[in-house]
Design a protein around this ligand. Sequence first.
Ligand SMILES: C[S@@+](CC[C@H](N)C(=O)[O-])C[C@H]1O[C@@H](n2cnc3c(N)ncnc32)[C@H](O)[C@@H]1O
Length: 492
Amino acid sequence: MPARKAKKKRLIEPLDIRSQASPLGQFWQPLFELPVTFPRIYFDVAMGNVIRNPNVNSTVLMRADIYQEMVNDTIHYSKTRKVDLADNWLTHNLSDTEPRLYTIPGYHVSSYVVRRNVPRNPSRDSVTNQTCALYTDLTDSDRLVVYVAHLLTPDACPFYLPLARAVALLYHVDHRGATCSVHYMLYENTPPLLARDANDRLIRVGLHLLNTCVKHSMGSQSGYTKRVSHDQVVDRIEFQDRYIALKHKYSASLMANWVEKTDPTKHIFEDLGIAAFLIQLWGSMYKSPSDFEFVDLGCGNGLLVHILVSEGYRGRGIDARKRKSWETYPKNVQECLHEQLVVPAVLKNDLPEFDAQDPYLHFVEGASENTFYVGNHSDELTLWLPLLDRPFIAIPCCSHNLSGSKHRFVTPGQAQVSEYAALVDKVAQLAEKAGWKVEQEMLRIPSTRNAAIIGRKKFGPPADIAKIVADEGGAKAWVETTRQLRHTISGH
Ligand SMILES: C[S@@+](CC[C@H](N)C(=O)[O-])C[C@H]1O[C@@H](n2cnc3c(N)ncnc32)[C@H](O)[C@@H]1O
């Protein structure tokens, strides 16, 4: 028997209002309408958010850079309008930054934003400007958002925008109660909405815009706020532009040459995102790439090392088990990858059976001051990253304790948090104990395991690492547990 599909919670079916006259005037054609119960303030909040984050409505779009904004009759110019675009990006009419505002009888413009739409792949889809204007009516009971793209001709309309002069979302109150509706101002000589069927792109896009508007307004009424904290450590625009550039440069050849059994799309885009983040982070820490060296502990297939070394950064990757991919990288990258077991130096004295001469063992000690440790989903090593006395980034995945054994942590006083969240808390807690000023970021990468804990600066006197380890129950079985890794086939 086929598995039953989970029921998707649907909004009420919208009313097709194409045969009615649009309240916005003769140039507009109405499309769909939904009755709503939320007060207009939630429409304002939701639309304000959607205007700043167009990626909510289109997966093709990555972000909007705000050029200028008019609020309370004052125009504010944003610093993002000065952001440079890469040479290989397609653009259309970007010098046209004057707001495009339509006169709509019975309504007046209360605020507007001129934004630059930045697609995820700007070498395929053009970057365009767009005016997003918020109107109110004379009694201040209605709200209207009108989007106008700054196109020179309809042919220039990119795929991510509806092919229309303008699109409007109206929050309207009358004797029936409140409704939200969507309306288009079409180009001349194009079929009217009434003549189009349900599969027509303008009809589908209109329905999607209306549903998003209502869903987000209801979400803002119920107090839903995203818990994740992005862009705390690295600027979003700088990160995204770097990510686009790295994707453009590497993704096609990496996909073509993938030799692992694992999913290439998952690894490639995740590691390109992490590389973009690290490059921006290092830019804020060091004057030049020659001022430091990174070490990727538990580097797995070595892809992150390959990207970073190819970008001119000095570094190495160490993993308990070498991977097929290593041989596919250029010679200079291969030389940076080492099959060794990473052993924190603090364990050396506890474990007299260690053969300190065994070349398979890589004791982490005496690293140069300018070493930066990377632990990306490095599982058995994750908790050790903050204890190695050098700046680090830890991106946790599976939960292990300091002995390298699988372990489920519990965040004190918060029994409900997930195993993953408790692990992230544990890394942050150990980092703090070790004297790091702890920074956290939810990385913008295609992975649900995207929390990063970063230690760039230390405060206070040097921490007693051996005591921290002892307080955590020690790490006696470390070598026995982690030696097995050489023969373990993992999904990474
Ligand atoms: C889940 S995989 C992640 C690999 C890679 N960083 C990635 O994100 O694709 C964890 C890796 O850490 C390595 N590892 C864990 N503990 C280690 C240790 N003590 N020494 C060397 N490698 C270790 C494992 O061999 C494994 O390849």
